[in-house]
Design a protein around this ligand. Structure first.
Ligand code: UT7
Length: 329
């Protein structure tokens, strides 16, 4: 059995936060943000809504596109670092909203690599024959953990969700072919959000120390991200006897335009082989890849039997790549 993507969709909030608006919030300017990151604007979800709202919307797009009812879903996996709450998991909230009566589900917290981890996990349930379908969602409301007084981070992040439906196929040559995933906890000091967990539960002190906001040592993460994402992409292509010429689209995690550009050069890919939408949405963590994939599909950039490689790097550190042969028309 192979796991193939049979539906894909995304949701972004309507509200935009532009660089001009950020200029009025922190000491920054549009030229710095565009030249250092490639970001022009990002989307911000309403304060009274959580990540599950966006995740549900994206899943509904997929169900409608595939024309199946929520009752047919067997498993929901949500990759997120910004769950609505610690318990219950986001998958449960999505299940309730969808009214997907006969499925189970769980969340995966792997920061920006979350969607690849979720896709790789979901594929195992399909390949073993345990499940006929899995809804895989990457969603993050980064605005809920972003300090809009910290110019190092507030210019980077945005809110979004993307989802795919995985189903089984007997055709060995299509769908998810391979993945390589890595974890190195020594990266914990460079990218983290310490407050609100079991080690530092919420208190006046954690709030005063701004521990409920994401912290990033951007320079260090940048270095590791370029090397990590480029190497793991080269590794998966080599392992599967492919070169850049065989790849129709490379869909990288969207953290910084310069990171993507550096990797594109390392991989010897042409610009038109790479999906970039960071200018419109910023870094939406677990949502960047399904969002970019969904837009690429809508724009007709992926056709049946195209080789697609996705790669991500994020907090942990976690990083990885996944190779698939596109199976939709
Ligand atoms: O998604 C998870 C993985 N995350 C990533 O891959 C992100 C990796 N990191 C990055 O994308 C980049 O490091 C950043 C975009 C976060 C920062 O870019 P940088 O080129 O590494 O800038 P920097 O941190 O070295 O800062 C350069 C200068 C500093 O000033 P000094 O110390 O040279 O005087 C910063 O204070 O730019 C300053 N700066 C800013 N200036 C205007 C930092 N943020 C801003 C800002 N506006 N928003």
């Amino acid at each position: 059995m192979r796991a193939i993507i049979t539906g894909i969709g995304h949701y972004v909030p309507e509200k935009r936060l532009t660089n001009k608006e950020l200029e009025m919030m922190v000491q920054t300017d549009n030229d710095w943000i565009v030249s250092r990151t490639g970001i022009k604007e990002r989307r911000i979800l309403d304060k009274d809504k959580g990540t599950s709202f966006m995740a549900t919307k994206a899943a509904q797009v997929v169900l409608e596109q595939r024309n199946i009812s929520p009752e047919e879903l067997e498993l929901i996996i949500v990759a997120t670092s910004t769950p609505d709450m610690l318990v219950p998991n986001t998958a449960a909230l999505v299940q309730k909203e969808l009214n997907a009566k006969y499925c189970w589900g769980f969340d995966i917290n792997s920061a920006c690599s979350g969607f690849i981890c979720a896709l790789a996990t979901a594929a195992q349930f399909i390949e073993t024959g345990r499940h006929k379908n899995v809804m895989v969602i990457g969603a993050d409301k980064m605005s809920s953990i972003t300090d809009y007084e910290d110019r190092n981070t507030c210019i980077l992040f945005g809110d979004a969700a993307g989802a795919v439906l995985l189903e089984s196929s007997k055709k060995k040559e299509c769908g998810i072919q391979d993945f390589i995933l890595h974890l190195d906890g020594s990266g914990d000091k460079y990218l983290k959000m310490e407050g609100g967990g079991s080690l530092c539960p919420a208190s006046h002190e954690t709030v005063d120390k701004k521990m409920h906001y994401v912290y990033q040592d951007g320079k260090n993460v940048y270095k590791y991200a370029v090397t990590g994402m480029a190497d793991v992409t080269i590794d998966i292509m080599k392992k599967n006897n492919l070169t850049g010429k065989n790849i129709k689209l490379f869909i990288p995690h969207q953290a910084n335009y310069r990171i993507i550009d550096a990797i594109t050069k390392k991989l010897n890919l042409d610009q038109d082989q790479v999906v970039i939408n960071i200018d419109k949405y910023g870094n939406t963590t677990a949502a960047t890849i399904p969002l970019a994939m969904s837009e690429a599909y809508q724009n007709g950039r992926m056709k049946r039997d195209d080789w697609i490689v996705i790669a991500a790097f994020g907090g942990g550190f976690t990083w990885g790549s996944l190779l698939l042969k596109w199976a939709m028309n």
